[in-house]
Write a protein that binds this ligand. Structure first.
Ligand code: SAM
Length: 282
């Protein structure tokens, strides 16, 4: 499936408008949100991709004018990659960046995008979490943390509450490994329920990257943290994403989280400002 955004299409459209003659013929273009390049052919009718798909200039304009949506091109038509979730009653969609796209849930981006991009954001989380052995990723989203934890050598179980998010991830070229990597097990459900079904001390590492507290308060609760402590091995490590620890809001959330983690049995809680989170040890 070809997936496009304004990042690929706006410059193409600008140069095409300048001179159709100069720019007709083959051009290098990404058909998977910047992951790889193909050679497409430009003409007065539009853009012809190597697999025979055609993007009309009218559709190219729609894509170029929308800075918050990614589009699938199928059988000559375009559609936004977005879903309405009947589980959460929220919209979720794929939002382009100059790197990997992020996931929008109810308009909130699920990765850092200001001054960074979702991949760099993910790598900071992975550096802090140092996933090895068996790893639990409590909040799958687009699966970037799960993919990079698996690439680092961990056997990863990743859980997503919302089937609509899984659908969106399934259409994201940057999430492909989530569905193919042999060391990733995907579960659709509530991570609270899953954790309750786990034995004691079965995970060496937990990556906890929940939505903001406004969207998922229970994932910041003392009861949830007690379960995380229970399923972690004695030498295990929890990485908990919070947000900018230097901001007033982030610092306030971090204080509450730290108190509840300590009450839940984590003895050492260490801020990791560059990863916008904290590490916790039993
Ligand atoms: C910040 S995003 C995670 C981003 C992810 N780490 C990635 O690399 O793309 C949080 C995700 O947690 C999901 N979520 C919210 N509540 C959940 C729950 N109780 N159990 C599992 N997933 C949940 C949301 O639907 C959302 O996709």
């Amino acid at each position: 499936m070809i997936v496009l955004s304004h990042i690929q299409i706006a410059p193409l459209l600008r140069s095409f408008r300048k001179s159709v003659q100069e720019h007709s013929g083959g051009v290098s273009l990404s058909s998977d949100l910047g992951l790889t390049l193909v050679t497409a052919v430009l003409s007065r009718e539009g853009v012809l991709f190597p697999d025979g798909e055609r993007l009309t200039w009218t559709n190219a304009e729609v894509i170029a004018d929308d800075e918050v949506a990614c589009f699938a091109l199928e059988s000559g038509s375009i559609r936004k990659i977005q879903m309405f979730s009947s589980v959460t009653n929220r919209h979720c969609s794929l939002m382009p960046t100059t790197g990997a796209p992020t996931l929008l849930i109810a308009g909130f981006p699920m990765h850092r995008i200001k001054g960074t991009d979702p991949q760099r954001d993910t790598m900071e989380k992975i550096k802090a979490a140092r996933p090895t052995g068996r790893a639990l990723d409590t909040s799958m989203g687009l699966g970037y943390t799960a993919i990079h934890a698996a690439r680092a050598g961990a056997r990863v179980t990743t859980i997503e509450l919302d089937p609509a998010v899984v659908e969106v991830a399934g259409q994201n070229p940057w999430s492909r490994e989530l569905f193919t990597h042999p060391q990733i097990e995907r579960i659709v459900g509530d991570s609270f329920d899953y954790i309750e079904s786990c034995g004691d001390g079965v995970f060496n590492c937990i990556l906890h990257d929940p939505p903001t507290m406004q969207l998922a308060g229970d994932l910041y609760s003392g009861a949830y943290y007690r379960e995380l402590a229970r399923i972690l091995t004695p030498q295990g490590r929890l990485f908990h994403y919070i947000g900018d620890l230097k901001s007033q809001f982030g610092a306030r959330i971090a204080r509450g989280v730290t108190e509840r983690l300590k009450a839940a049995g984590f003895k050492r809680v260490v801020p990791v400002p560059q990863a916008f989170g904290i590490n916790a040890f039993k």
